[in-house]
Design a binder for this molecule. Structure first.
Ligand code: ADE
Length: 230
């Protein structure tokens, strides 16, 4: 999987991808993460990427020319999709991550400041993606959420395939509670069922915990899960 990230702050992307599981996935050749900086495509000596909005208003608007030229400099594979990170996009979720993991290349546009000149959308025609109903100062953190979540789904990125299959959302439910040593900590003990080595019972307990947690914390997910299991 190749990620091509268009950003004015490439270090944010590069730094985040040089640790832990992301770094391992890069080193193993499971993903490659390239950055393209629209500032390198500006035509004036001040390397200007934004300007004041027509019609007035607060903030600066990202100019079309550096973004479109930067985008067109990226070599696109056949099985490629282009995303634009924006609070106006379709909310990202596990299902979208699963679909994105089928592509071999994901190009991601990260905005900053007040927003994109609308012609960037009209020319590039990206799939617009939001990571939630809140506004961040830029698209880099949202892009990293997508990159990280998609990478987890790629074969070999995690140690064991189970590590993903038991994730929250993978079966429509939240995860069950986890425990490790010691058996007792500050008077709190690990449930007996996890200690007896009976794997059928353990599985049953964990599944029941998943259902209970989901019902309590995310009634919306629970309703969906119930409908799918009728
Ligand atoms: N850029 C700023 N806020 C964002 C959000 N919530 N999702 C995606 N991109 C964004």
């Amino acid at each position: 999987m190749q990620f091509d990230v268009m950003t004015l702050f490439p270090e944010m992307i590069e730094n985040a991808c040089s640790h832990s599981i992301m770094k391992r996935a890069v080193d193993a050749g499971i993903i490659s993460v390239n950055t393209v900086n629209p500032r390198d495509f500006t035509l004036d000596k001040h390397k200007k990427v934004d300007d004041t909005p027509y019609g007035g208003g607060a903030g600066m608007v990202l100019m079309a020319q550096p973004y479109v030229d930067a985008y067109e400099s990226i070599e696109r594979e056949e099985n490629s999709i282009t995303l634009m990170m924006t609070p106006q996009g379709t909310p990202f979720d596990n299902e979208m991550g699963r679909k994105l993991a089928q592509y071999s290349q994901i190009v991601i546009l990260c905005g900053h400041y007040e927003g994109y000149d609308e012609r960037i959308r009209e020319i590039i025609n990206p799939v617009e993606v939001s990571i939630g109903d809140f506004v961040l100062t830029g698209g880099e953190l949202p892009a990293l959420c997508v990159i990280d979540s998609v990478t987890r789904k790629l074969d070999g990125a995690l140690g064991k395939i189970e590590s993903m299959e038991e994730d929250s959302f993978e079966n429509g439910l939240l995860e069950y509670p986890h425990y490790t040593k010691p058996r007792e900590y500050r008077g709190l003990v690990v449930p007996d069922v996890l200690l007896n080595g009976n794997h059928a019972l353990i599985e049953e307990y964990r599944h029941a915990q998943q259902i209970e947690r989901t019902k309590k914390r995310r009634p919306d997910l629970y309703e969906k899960w119930v409908k799918n299991h009728k």
